[in-house]
Ligand binder design. Structure first.
Ligand code: CP
Ligand code: NVA
Length: 298
């Protein structure tokens, strides 16, 4: 049984296949008569809607489930919920606070589990990011994505995805907010060694894509004032974008905290691809589910 808890649960060639399937506008309806359970412990705009519409486009029926409603690990254990849902659905997606929750679901091993964001990773976002860059640049080999901000779930999955796609990855974070040694070891397994820079200007220099995300992720709200101070010099603004390639694009997984990690002029400027990137969440989800349901389990 294959599960997608992180983007490197795909090999490089499987990733290429998923991105090819994502680009197909006439997918096989591999979920006809089947359901997908979508369990959310945290809010979502893009992930819920892109997953639901991807399931519909594959002929299936998505069921949104609030974690409060089913009482994950309070009303019923994660394992009992997973076994129950496996009786109704062809796959389960879950957005969770603790990555161990999706690992426990995968350990039940009844139906494929898709991580819809955990504290550790956001593989469905990274798939859409790679799809967006591939549509922009064609072949991604030796292209450089520069990430400025918090080395969070989005950054980890992006770095792993970049490695699988043969890209270079630059990152600049405030002291104490970078990747730890285990993160770096993990990324190196893809063949990529992330380049770490103290100054955002140096990370962005020569990049093809500049990426940022919120300074405070869901679940870290009590740190937001401290983080606002610590990340003050890490706003992506027009001045910083000038260090990138002349044709460089700007990406953000969204939601954006306008004026914090990126200015309005960058988010809404000519280099920004944030809306096509958001829309690509649906195409990437459709590609991933096509592969996971129809090809991966054979
Ligand atoms: N980028 C992303 O995952 O957005 P949502 O939190 O709105 O799903
Ligand atoms: N890093 C952010 C991503 C939101 C899509 C968070 O985890 O809240």
């Amino acid at each position: 049984m294959r599960h997608i808890l992180e983007i490197d649960d795909l090999s490089s060639s499987e990733l290429g296949r998923v991105l090819d399937l994502a680009a197909s506008s006439d997918p096989a309806r591999v979920l006809t008569g089947k359901g997908m359970a979508l369990i959310f412990e945290k809010p979502s705009a893009r992930t819920r809607n892109s997953m639901e519409m991807a399931v519909v486009q594959l002929g299936g029926h998505p069921v949104y489930i609030s974690a409060n409603e089913i009482g994950l690990d309070t009303r019923e254990s994660v394992e009992d919920v997973t076994n129950t849902m496996a009786g109704f659905h062809a796959a389960i997606g879950a957005r969770v606070f603790r990555h161990s929750t999706v690992e426990r679901m995968a350990a039940v091993n009844r139906v494929p589990i898709v991580n819809l964001l955990s504290d550790q990773s956001h593989p469905m976002q990274a798939l859409a990011d790679l799809l967006t860059m591939r549509r922009e640049f064609g072949d991604l080999t030796d292209r450089t994505v520069a990430y400025v901000g918090d080395a969070n779930n989005v950054a980890r999955s992006l770095a792993l995805g970049a490695g699988l796609a043969g890209m270079n990855f630059h990152i600049s974070t405030p002291p104490g907010y970078g990747f730890n040694d285990a993160d770096l070891d993990h990324v190196r397994l893809t063949g990529l060694t992330p380049k770490i820079f103290d100054r955002p200007e140096d990370a962005v220099a020569g990049a093809d894509a500049v990426y940022t995300d919120a300074w405070t992720s869901m679940g870290q709200e009590e740190e937001s004032e401290q983080r606002r101070r610590d990340f003050e010099a890490f706003t992506v603004d027009d001045r910083l974008m000038e260090f990138a390639q002349a044709e460089a694009i700007f990406l953000h997984c969204l939601p954006a905290h306008r004026g914090e990690e990126a200015t309005d002029t960058v988010l809404d400027g000519p280099r920004s691809r944030i809306w096509v990137q958001a829309a690509n969440r649906m195409h990437a989800a459709r590609g991933l589910l096509s592969w996971l349901i129809n090809e991966a389990q054979e």
